[in-house]
Design a protein around this ligand. Structure first.
Ligand SMILES: [Zn+2]
Length: 276
C-alpha cells in the first residue's frame, strides 16, 4: 500500500498533521500506544484522540492488556489493511467525481478574474457586480480556463492511476484472504473426515469386542435362539396350510353324510312299502 495515500486519508479523517501516525503503524501489529506517542512526540491523549477517530472509521483495531505493575490498561493498535484500502478506494473515487465536475464547469462555463486581488468569480457573480471587482472595483477580465482544464485533467489521470493501484491491491488482498479461508476450510473438512473415520473404526471395534465377549459368555445362546425362532415360523406355516383344507373336507363329508342318510331313509321307506 502506498503510505502517502494512506497518510492523506488519515488527515482527511483525523485532521491535519495526523498522517504521521501511519509511519508508526504501517506493516506492524499491536503497536503500544505509548510507543506511538513517543515517536510522534505527542501526549498519550493526543495519540488516543487520533486513534479513536480512525477506529470509528474502522481503519484500526486494538487489543488491551492490563499493565501488571501500574494496574491500568494499555492499548495496542493495528492498521486494518483491507478496510484502509476500501476507504482509500471510496475517497479516491469521490475525488475523481469532484474533479470531473470541476472539469465540466471549466469546459462549459465562463469565469472572470480580478488580477489586482487574484479573485476569480463565476459569470453570474461578475454580471451581478457589473463586471467590476467587489473588493477593489477593478474591471474583471475573462479568465483563461485552459490552464485549469489542463491541471484538472492531470489530477484526474493521477488520481485514476492511484485508484487502479488501490483496487488491484484490494483485489490481491481479498484473493489472498479467499485462498487462506479455502485452505482453512479444506483443513477443517479433512480433520472432520478423519475424526468421523476414527469414530467409525472405534465403534466397529467396540461392537466386535462386545460380540466376542458375549459369545465367550454363552456360546450357544445366540445360535439356539435363532433356530427356535425359525422352527416357530415353520410351524405356523404348516398349521395354516393344514387347517383350511381339513375344514373343507369335513364340510364336504358332512354334506355327503347328509345325502347318504337321506338316501338310506328313502331306501328304508321304499323297502317298507315293498314289504307291505
Ligand atoms: Zn479586486
Amino acid at each position: 500500500m502506498q503510505v502517502k495515500l494512506l497518510q492523506d486519508l488519515v488527515e482527511e479523517l483525523a485532521g491535519a498533521e495526523t498522517g504521521r501516525i501511519v509511519d508508526t503503524l504501517f506493516g506492524k501489529k499491536d503497536v503500544n500506544e505509548f510507543l506511538i506517542a513517543k515517536k510522534m512526540e505527542l501526549t498519550i491523549n493526543q495519540v488516543r484522540n487520533i486513534l479513536y477517530k480512525l477506529s470509528a472509521e474502522g481503519l484500526v483495531s486494538f487489543i488491551r492488556k492490563k499493565d501488571k505493575r501500574k494496574g491500568w490498561y494499555i492499548y495496542y493498535w493495528t492498521l486494518k489493511s483491507e478496510k484502509c484500502l476500501e476507504k482509500l478506494q471510496q475517497s479516491l473515487q469521490k475525488k475523481i467525481n469532484d474533479l470531473n465536475a470541476i472539469l465540466n464547469s471549466r469546459e462549459t462555463k465562463r469565469f472572470y478574474i480580478c488580477h489586482q486581488c487574484d479573485i476569480e468569480v463565476t459569470e453570474e457573480k461578475a454580471l451581478e457586480h457589473g463586471f467590476t471587482c467587489e473588493e477593489c472595483a477593478e474591471v474583471y477580465e475573462l479568465s483563461d480556463n485552459s490552464k485549469s482544464i489542463r491541471d484538472t485533467k492531470a489530477k484526474i489521470t493521477k488520481t485514476g492511476k492511484d485508484l487502479t493501484l488501490i483496487e488491484s491491491e484490494l483485489e490481491e488482498l481479498r484473493e489472498k484472504d479467499r485462498k487462506r479461508r479455502a485452505r482453512a476450510d479444506k483443513k477443517l473438512a479433512k480433520e472432520e473426515a478423519a475424526r468421523k473415520e476414527l469414530l467409525k473404526k472405534a465403534r466397529a471395534a467396540a461392537r466386535a469386542k462386545l460380540k466376542a465377549e458375549e459369545e465367550k459368555k454363552n456360546p450357544k445362546k445366540k445360535v439356539m435362539k435363532k433356530k427356535v425362532a425359525k422352527k416357530k415360523v415353520v410351524k405356523k406355516k404348516v398349521a395354516k396350510k393344514k387347517k383350511k383344507p381339513v375344514k373343507k373336507k369335513v364340510a364336504k363329508k358332512k354334506v355327503v353324510k347328509k345325502k347318504s342318510s337321506l338316501a338310506s331313509k328313502l331306501k328304508k321307506k321304499l323297502s317298507k312299502k315293498k314289504k307291505k
